[in-house]
Design a protein. Structure first.
Length: 309
């Protein structure tokens, strides 16, 4: 029996109930194989993105799969195998099936995080290469790049098609290599400003659809708004607003191409109350009005007949 894309006959009922927390909003998940073969070398089971509610609590004595969790923004703490670790942007940690774990968010600064779950005889070796020990956590360098690798995997996992599984396997390997690379880099004192910039950039990348003000970014990453502006001018060459606007326009183009719909719906989804202002910004960024993009897209999707050869 299939439910939400899950083959329920391949996993016992007690595991289904504890796979995902209900105390989240704006969550996105994908499921590839909830019942991987015991002889698998390295099998991607599932992954997701969670914007935790203020009452978010996870408390498990075990979990069916080895999992990695990466904090994009917010604060909280986790108790992994009896060891407490503080959670903040850039923190990454893992737990094995037999490792007890609890995860708590700060109610006034909720966690936003990615996760992937894996199974197979090579998982332990890959965790060791990434320097993962249950009960320990890393604050990664290259925050934006790691978040981008998680997002790319999630994006492909949510899609359907004959190449989805193959793409996800490649992207999982890329993600693990990126984590391994980032874990091996120690932030130099002279690079603190760059690391802070990357943390801000990662937050904007993850929360593009929800961010409305610079003060929201400052609060989420624990920095002064003036410092964020200075970091973006130094490392990105644009203001935080300009970077956020480009991210929104890119998401708008992707949404219009993939889903069509009304321009005003896309504008509202991305936080624009005035669809005319949205259209003006879209055309300034992409050189074409959103309505023209929709018309072009529809024309390409319509089968043509009597074409000359």
């Amino acid at each position: 029996m299939l439910r939400n894309g899950i083959n329920m006959s391949k996993i016992v009922r007690k595991d289904v109930a504890g796979l995902l927390s209900k105390q989240v909003s704006d969550a996105r998940y994908f499921f590839l194989n909830l019942a991987p073969p015991r002889t698998a070398r390295l099998e991607l089971v599932m992954g997701g993105y969670e914007h935790c509610n203020p009452d978010y609590v996870v408390s498990r004595s075990r979990f069916p799969y080895t999992s990695i969790e990466y904090v994009v923004s917010g604060r909280g703490y986790a108790i992994i195998g009896g060891h407490r670790i503080e959670l903040q942007p850039g923190v990454i940690f893992a737990y094995r099936p037999s490792t007890s774990h609890e995860i708590y968010t700060a109610p006034n600064d909720v966690l936003v995080k990615y996760f992937v779950s894996m199974s197979g005889v090579e998982v332990s070796a890959r965790l060791q290469r990434c320097r993962f020990i249950p009960g320990e956590a890393h604050i990664l360098a290259l925050h934006a790049e790691v978040a981008g690798a998680f997002e790319a995997l999630l994006h492909e996992g949510e899609r359907s098609g004959p190449r989805r599984d193959a793409l996800c396997r490649v992207l999982l390997d890329f993600l693990l290599l990126k984590i391994e690379d980032a874990a091996s880099l120690a932030a130099h004192p002279n690079e603190r400003a760059r690391e802070a910039f990357l943390r801000c950039k990662a937050y904007i990348d993850a929360e593009t659809e929800n961010i409305r003000t610079l003060s929201e970014i400052a609060h989420a990453v624990g920095a002064e708004a003036s410092s964020i502006c200075r970091w973006f001018r130094r490392y990105q060459g644009v203001s935080p607003y300009q970077y956020l606007l480009r991210r929104r326009m890119n998401l708008a183009a992707e949404r219009l191409i993939e889903h069509g719909g009304l321009v005003k719906e896309t504008a509202s989804h991305l936080g624009f109350t005035d669809p005319f202002h949205f259209s003006h910004q879209f055309k300034a960024m992409h050189g074409i009005a959103p309505s023209e993009l929709l018309r072009y897209n529809r024309s390409q999707a319509t089968p043509r007949t009597n074409q000359s050869r």
